[in-house]
Design a protein around this ligand. Structure first.
Ligand SMILES: [Mg+2]
Length: 248
């Protein structure tokens, strides 16, 4: 049993997959062509056949990645650099970044935020707190996510975005949360983590001394959790956060 600690909450660190939008989104037949088009636009001087071979290699090489993000996966920067080298292309940092972003197919036209997601983000601001997105991703860095959130109409109530690509490690490694604290300029005791994973969200939050709310808008009800609160939907999550803030 975790005892509540006197604190003044200032920042909500919010997960994305299974929290703000569904755990998975439908893959499309046209994703491959879309990626070739995006990579070609990022590397206009490269022969189209080489671009196609590069995208095929990137897609094939990234296929074994665990979609639940529970396991440590090879990082996308290394993968992109390796594939660029195999095609005889430059593998400098700038090129790796451009190709990684080009591989992050935009999600705005293929998924809807989970019910209550915009309301939760607005509620966090209404409570006088800030929102930092803290998310495990493969291709997406903060800039890719900002494009997604703008197109989904969700950017207004987001203050910072930190992904595992930006932090260099996947949750449950604390790097994502440590970078988020640094960006927000607050210590752990001023933060509450909101997420759908006991392993990736709740456990690292508790280890760092943050509050934690486990949400399950897109998952079965958890049998048990060490989180300070469990919320079946995102409206209940906003209420749990309000209660936490009042008792902090
Ligand atoms: Mg999640």
């Amino acid at each position: 049993m975790i005892e509540p600690v006197a604190r003044a909450l200032q920042v909500a660190m919010v997960d994305v997959g299974g929290t703000l939008w569904p755990n998975s989104w439908p893959l499309r037949e046209t994703d491959g062509a879309g990626r070739v088009h995006r990579v070609a636009a990022a590397m206009p001087a490269i022969d189209p056949a080489v671009v196609e071979a590069l995208v095929a290699d990137l897609t094939r090489s990234s296929r074994h990645i665990d979609p639940a993000w529970e396991a440590v996966s090879p990082d996308s920067g290394t993968l992109v650099a390796t594939c660029l080298e195999r095609q005889g292309l430059p593998r400098d940092q700038q090129t790796v970044m451009l190709i990684r972003r080009a591989m992050a197919v935009p999600v705005f036209d293929r998924l809807k935020p989970l019910p209550g997601a915009p309301e939760l983000l607005a509620a966090i601001h209404d409570l006088g707190m800030r929102t930092v997105i803290t998310s495990n991703t493969y291709w997406r860095d903060a800039e890719s996510y900002w494009d997604d959130f703008r197109l989904l109409g969700m950017a207004e109530h987001i203050d910072e975005v930190v992904t595992s690509v930006d932090a260099g490690r996947l949750k449950p490694h604390p790097a994502v949360f440590e970078l988020a604290m640094q960006r927000a300029g607050v210590p752990a005791e001023r933060c509450a983590v909101i997420g759908n994973s006991e392993v990736n969200d709740v456990e690292p939050a508790l280890k760092l001394g943050m509050l934690a709310i486990l949400v399950h808008p897109d998952d079965p009800r958890p049998e048990s959790s060490r989180a300070h609160a469990i919320a079946p939907d995102l409206w209940a999550c906003a209420e749990a956060l309000r209660t936490m803030l009042q008792s902090s």
